[in-house]
Design a protein around this ligand. Structure first.
Ligand SMILES: Nc1ncnc2c1ncn2[C@@H]1O[C@H](COP(=O)(O)OP(=O)(O)OP(=O)(O)O)[C@@H](O)[C@H]1O
Length: 252
């Protein structure tokens, strides 16, 4: 089972941010996505997850065409993204944020509330159980009742990961999970990701910290100027002359 991206293009005005991207990501893998600033990585995430629509191309998830679906529908299909800057509700607690991230349920419509109260109660109980499981899994118990605005940068990234887990995804797209996080918490986030991957959840990870990323992933793709330059095992990919050239030209 794979996420398949075929010939995807996206322009902003006259600027071609994605220029015929092709990529195949196994749904149970730990897969990195790197490239110089402005290469198109975040734009690709937005197009895959449905926050932006592609101009051309095709995206399938486990064989099912998803590029015509809304972002919530893609999340229900099993794929969800996080953002470089976490988007939690800072006035809500960690626990409340996780609750709020659960997908829309029967009870949210009047029909469900009046005609299927039993189903609504069961769904609420299932969400509450999932919230507690996620808190335990991410080791956020100590801060579960704190307003999330008070969390450290690394804890916010863990909460962002937790919010993604609430939709029971098959594949999570992580946008710079280590940016602004201290080295100890980077290690913890990596452990949590590896653990979740052991439970069958796949990750596609954008990250500029190449040292951490190459320890985490088994494959990676490199983007430059809206295209995928290379793809394969991290050490081999980083050794390719065109990748070195793109980085020398783009990254400090
Ligand atoms: N909404 C937008 N409108 C106009 N241009 C945009 C928009 N979003 C992105 N771009 C441009 O598209 C290009 C790719 O941006 P993108 O954020 O995808 O790159 P990136 O590889 O994620 O970079 P970084 O590593 O710096 O986050 C950049 O030149 C950016 O300025």
């Amino acid at each position: 089972m794979t996420l398949e991206i075929r010939n995807v293009t996206k322009a902003f005005g006259g600027f071609q941010a994605l220029d015929g991207v092709r990529l195949s990501v196994p749904l149970d893998s730990l897969f990195g996505l790197i490239g110089p600033n402005g290469a198109g990585k975040s734009t690709l995430f937005s197009v895959i997850s449905g926050f932006l629509s592609a101009d051309q191309g095709e995206i399938t998830l486990g064989g099912r065409r998803i590029d015509g679906l809304s972002a919530p529908a893609r999340a229900r299909a099993g794929m969800v993204r996080t953002f470089q800057v976490p988007r939690e509700f800072s006035h809500l607690t960690v626990r409340e944020n996780l609750m709020a991230a659960a997908p829309a349920q029967t009870g949210e419509g009047l029909f469900g509330l009046f005609f299927r109260p039993g189903t609504v109660r069961r769904e609420e109980a299932a969400i509450a159980a999932r919230v507690e499981e996620t808190i335990a899994l991410l080791k956020l118990t100590r801060v579960a009742d704190q307003p999330s605005g008070k969390l450290s940068g690394g804890q916010k990234k863990l909460l962002e990961l937790g919010r993604a887990l609430m939709v029971e995804p098959r594949l999570i797209l992580l946008d710079e999970p280590f940016a602004g996080v201290n080295p100890v918490l980077i290690g913890e986030i990596m452990e949590r990701i590896a653990e979740l991957n052991g439970r069958g959840i796949g990750f596609l990870v954008i990250e500029h910290d190449l040292e951490a990323l190459t320890r985490l992933v088994s494959r990676m793709a490199v983007m430059d100027r809206g295209r995928v330059l290379a793809e394969g095992e991290p050490a081999a990919v980083l050794d390719e002359p065109q990748v070195r050239e793109a980085y020398l030209g783009g990254l400090s």
